[in-house]
Design a protein around this ligand. Sequence first.
Ligand code: PDD
Length: 288
Amino acid sequence: MKQNNCGARTIMEILIINDQILPLCDAPSACLDRGTFFGDGVYEVLRSYNGKIFALKEHLERFSQSLAAVEITGIDVEQIRQRVLQAYAAAGISNARIYFHATRGSAPREHSWDSNLKPNFLLMVTQLSDETEHKTKGIAVSAHPDWRWKRCDIKSLNLLANVLARRQAAKKSCAEAILVDDQGLITEGASSAFFAIIDGRLQTAPLTANILPSITRKYVIKAAAELGLEIVRNSLSYKQALEADELFIAATTQDIVPVVHFDDKTIGTGRPGKATLLLMEKFRSYVL
Ligand code: PDD
């Protein structure tokens, strides 16, 4: 038997990658990433506006919290800050999406892990798509059951429930899926925070383990406070949302996006609402 990088073996453990067969010990590390086997990793998405990275400090803080929550150790967050800056400068994209993740590391598939495992890190800087039409006309969204786990406050790589919900929304020509829990309460979007304006008040779900502590949400709340809007941190029922004066979603890549149709219901006049437009304008003053 050929000697490989695991040393002399009496048993040949085998791996097939697409149509290539090779001894397991010769597998490229990326093929044995626990991120692929288990979604065992955490991530961040941030962006730049006109050449300036927005809220880097907050994203790195949340990343540290996610790492701690899943016990991934050995990541130097200051080094990640440097990598973000270096990659962003190298890309030269003025409105960029910066994605990065750390997984627990690579090893043959076992649920338990060896504490010596070295985390894997990946970062991408890409061009953001133009969201102007969504932002000026508003989007349609559809409700979907929230099938996710009970620690959605951790920005983990486990996003299967989110992508399936988004797929169902896309089949109905909707830009986002709004997730509804077993009690009929809205948690958040598949990849966004969710807000309503009802009788001049801004309402959104409170920060619990059921939603991501969205960084855009934090700035939306700041904008609302500066505009003198009362802020209600109470989950919205599906029915309440359908009857709201205005709805919008918020996330890093597109900040505030008005929602003008929710399932079969037109929201407000079917055009972005007044308070939403004021919040968008205020938000712009933080980023430009
Ligand atoms: N998603 N809720 C969920 C489930 C999300 O995935 C996101 C963002 C948000 C908004 O969080 P923030 O304001 O910090 O971006 C809320 C990112 C953009 C993504 O997964 O691509």
